[in-house]
Design a protein around this ligand. Structure first.
Ligand code: 13P
Length: 171
């Protein structure tokens, strides 16, 4: 596993306030329930909003999330590697990936990325790429199609759903 060195983009804070979120309790309780998929309590969870998506803050302890660990991403600029947010913390380092999946799959409203082992015949990205990178995002888009669960080679899994409950892995 790669060493975590923080996000690989610049965060621009629009409103430095904890975003108001209808589903925050759901995210917090699902994250607790999925602790076996989050070795070292690391991973990230997001849900689509009208303005973008709410995602866990980078470096969050997923099994013990607090309200200020949720950040709303409202704009993503890949070219300039900038992400605009409402919240008090930096968003997950995988925000490029979550954003790309929401763009590619309009019916998807929730995404969970964890590191626990998942068995089965699951589509897997072809090449290893560093976490939080544009290259990793592209690897995922290459095999995404209509799959709702994929393995990110030598890294973890990505699980998608129409709701956060649908996105919760059940293996
Ligand atoms: P974040 O803590 O930044 O969400 O990153 C954890 C991770 O899973 C990187 O792939």
């Amino acid at each position: 596993m790669e060493e975590y060195v923080g996000t690989k983009f610049k965060t621009i804070f629009l409103q430095r306030e904890i975003p108001v979120i209808d589903n925050s309790n759901k995210i917090i309780s699902i994250a607790k329930r999925l602790s076996k998929y989050f070795p070292n309590n690391a991973g990230n969870i997001s849900i689509r909003t009208k303005q973008g998506f709410i995602i866990t803050a980078t470096g969050s302890d997923l099994t013990n999330l607090k309200a200020d660990d949720l950040v709303e991403v409202t704009n993503v600029n890949i070219k300039h590697k900038e992400i605009v947010v409402n919240g008090t913390k930096e968003p997950s380092s995988e925000s490029f990936l979550h954003n790309a999946v929401y763009q590619a799959r309009p019916e998807i409203n929730a995404i969970i990325h964890g590191h626990g082992t998942i068995k089965g015949n699951i589509p897997t990205t072809r090449h290893f790429q560093p976490y939080g990178s544009i290259e990793l995002m592209k690897e995922v888009l290459n095999i995404l199609e209509n799959n709702n669960i994929i393995i990110i080679k030598d890294h973890g899994f990505l699980s998608l759903g129409k709701t956060i409950e649908d996105a919760t892995p059940d293996f």
